[in-house]
Design a protein around this ligand. Structure first.
Ligand code: NAI
Length: 362
């Protein structure tokens, strides 16, 4: 893989050229504009390789990927077609290190990876649809570029507070972006998302500026492991930056529903007062729940959200949850480790996924 990373652009272009020439029928499974898509396959492979020594993490990642591929219409017979073209592209661009043994190792790895994905998709097919239609029933523009969008799925949509889904709008077919559920599961089955329109963000701009009640979106399956462990009474230390507050609100509601009193401390960071678009909801939750403390933190030149956490504590009895932009997650993890929270008790969505969903592209 070390040889591949520097030439990944060329490998990817050649891979898709081979795939669409040899299997033109597969073109329809991909978005019309391939710019974001292009990097995804190699990113997924690199992630797989990175976790190769952590079998459980790798298998979970691949099973999730397999389930997630159902919404694209991926069938088991597509995997060998992709595998052949991938190996064709790799062997061409890594020719200096490519030999029969390398090829055999790639075939073995690819076969194992695809079998895990195919099996997970087949199991999922027995109990869940490949995607859900969801009708927008409310659209609340909280700032000129942030909307809270509430949808009604066409079938029950089981998920856990803290998870996220992938979402496709009718304006950009086959372009999917991740959004966290902004509430714990509700008895009326409705789901809500906090969406910020970012420059050049096709999906986010469509959701903030075009979506209206009556529009129908598609949702993929729920994913993510930033969920509450209800088997303990440990406190929860939550850092939500910007629209990253969405899953934190869901976690607070989840703790409230479970009725166990455990301290929950939320640090809610934003660039300006105006950007604290959900502070009223969070303060209302604080008023109803004596175990909850909410602290809004507005950036100033010297201080950002993770720095403030160091001024409170002690945190060694807490589980930590981080949600926000990739830079906040990285410096947040450092700050939390500094204040004595072990890595195993710090949860957040994969930074790679956040980067893939990218601020430019969300
Ligand atoms: N909408 C959703 O459901 C979710 C969104 N996210 C992610 O949250 C982000 C939200 O974007 P915005 O609202 O524009 O956030 P933003 O860029 O305005 O940042 C929010 C706050 O995070 C902190 N922060 C940002 N960068 C930091 C850094 N490098 N170091 C330390 N602290 C930092 C600051 O306190 C800042 O005010 C996006 O990257 C999005 O992908 C994450 C989870 C769920």
């Amino acid at each position: 893989m070390a040889e591949i990373a520097p030439i990944s652009d060329k490998v990817t272009s050649y891979f898709y050229a081979l795939l669409f020439t040899r299997h033109p029928d597969l073109r329809a499974l991909f978005p019309a504009a391939m710019d974001t898509q292009r990097d995804r396959l190699l990113k997924a492979l690199l992630t797989a390789v990175e976790h190769i020594d952590h079998t459980d993490t790798l298998v979970d990642y691949l099973r999730n990927l397999g389930r997630g591929h159902r919404k694209y219409g991926t069938q088991p017979e597509h995997y060998p077609a992709v595998g052949e073209c991938l190996i064709g592209a790799l062997s061409r661009y890594a020719s200096s290190v490519w030999d029969d043994d390398t090829e055999a190792a790639w075939v073995r790895a690819y076969t194992t990876i695809s079998q895990i994905m195919i099996d997970a998709a087949a199991e999922d097919e027995l109990r869940a649809p490949a995607w859900w239609y969801a009708e927008v029933i409310a659209h609340d523009l909280r700032t000129p570029d942030i909307a809270v969008v509430t949808v009604r799925p066409d079938q029950p949509y089981p998920f856990l507070a803290g998870q996220y889904t992938s979402l496709e709008t009718p304006w950009w077919p086959r372009i999917w972006r991740h959004y966290s559920f902004a509430s714990a599961p509700r008895s009326d089955g409705l789901l809500s998302f906090h969406v910020k329109a970012v420059p050049a963000g096709w999906v986010s701009n469509a959701l903030v500026h075009h979506a209206r009640p009556g529009d129908v979106l598609r949702l993929g399956p729920p994913a993510g492991s930033m969920t509450v462990d209800h088997s303990t009474d440990s406190g929860l230390l939550c850092l939500g930056g910007g629209t990253g507050i969405a899953p934190i609100k869901a976690l607070v509601e989840d703790v409230a529903e479970h009725g166990r009193r455990r301290p929950v401390e939320v640090f809610y960071g934003a660039r300006t007062d105006h950007d604290l678009y959900d502070i009223d909801t969070m303060l209302r939750l604080q008023q109803s729940h004596p175990w909850l403390a909410v602290r809004p933190i507005v950036d100033n030149r010297a201080v950002q959200l993770p720095d403030v956490v160091r001024e409170y504590g002690p945190w060694n009895e807490y589980d930590a949850y981080l949600s926000g932009p990739p830079g906040m997650i990285r410096s947040g993890v450092d700050a939390l480790r500094d204040v004595g929270i072990p890595a195993g008790r710090i949860r957040h969505d994969s930074v790679e996924e956040l980067v893939a969903a990218g601020d430019q592209l969300a």
